[in-house]
Design a protein around this ligand. Sequence first.
Ligand code: UT7
Length: 335
Amino acid sequence: MQKSHKPINATITAVGMYVPEKILDNKYFESIVDTSDEWITTRTGIKERRILENGGTSFMAVEAIKDLMKNFPLNPEEIDLIIVATITPDMFFPSTACLIQEKIGAKNAWGFDLSAACSGFLFALQTAASFIESGRYKKILVVGADKMSSITDYTDRNNCILFGDAASVVLVEPIEDLNYGIKDSILYCDGSGKDTLYMKAGGSLFPASQETVANRWHYIYQDGKTVFKAAVKGMADVSYEIMKRNNLTSDDIAYLVPHQANMRIIDATAERMGISRDKVMINIDRYGNTTAATIPLCLTEYYKAGKLKKGDNLILSAFGAGYTWGAIYLTWSLD
Ligand code: UT7
């Protein structure tokens, strides 16, 4: 393939989503741990989350891609690349991207998984954008999918109320009109956050053993308070930074599209940007924290509801384990 010398932007040209049918509401958690609907609602903004009973992350991703294909014409054989942001792959290897490739018949695609926890979708979207801007690739599927229930300890009230399962996908393609598409990104990682949010075992450092199972090391550990403080600062600062760098005022922005971890983190970010609640995409109340899926889920739901219009300026923003965090500025190009 020839390298393009023409400046092009990458843009989202199709969206799709899947959430499992089974709902766990706050009342259910009152029955399994010492908590209350009131505590969960006021501290997090979450009312319910979806749980996948059978199958792995690739199942949800394929369902999301089917949803995309139902609404947008896409021949799987035209897909060049599949990038899957996930921390809950079906297996360590083969990659979830390979499993998806086979299931959807993307015969001409290559692909890989990308691990950046709650910032996964942003990292994957910027990676896709760079491949598109290089001129070598024309159609890239960017999937954000996590089956968080597979690594959630349902005896730990600090964490079990937070997470849910979902998958969402966007198609990224070139656009010649530089008024649209992905215009800027600021992405960071800082490994000093490694001890505050992790799943300790199952990797090469602590392979599965009776000890790792007995110690519950195959579940998420989170020091919520420390992560909360870092997330408020990280997400608010980077969202503000990308606005300033692009000379954007809050009036220029149609929506903040934040990672959905905690309503209080979302509010703090919007406040720093000077953005009112009605310009913030929110679905944390219905899905909780679905890790890599939260941002594309918001985009898909708002687009399907007719609330997202061509020409809308969006700031996508996330913070997660690692730490990883960042923001992307784009102008929506879909009618
Ligand atoms: O998405 C990736 C990044 N992750 C995040 O952004 C999550 C960041 N953290 C948070 O969202 C919040 O820290 C949590 C929602 C996890 C916790 O909220 P918090 O306001 O920071 O509460 P806390 O951890 O300071 O706990 C306050 C109290 C504690 O009791 P004491 O020690 O004050 O008696 C907890 O034991 O609330 C207690 N608590 C609960 N009470 C009822 C913790 N979890 C629960 C619960 N129900 N589920």
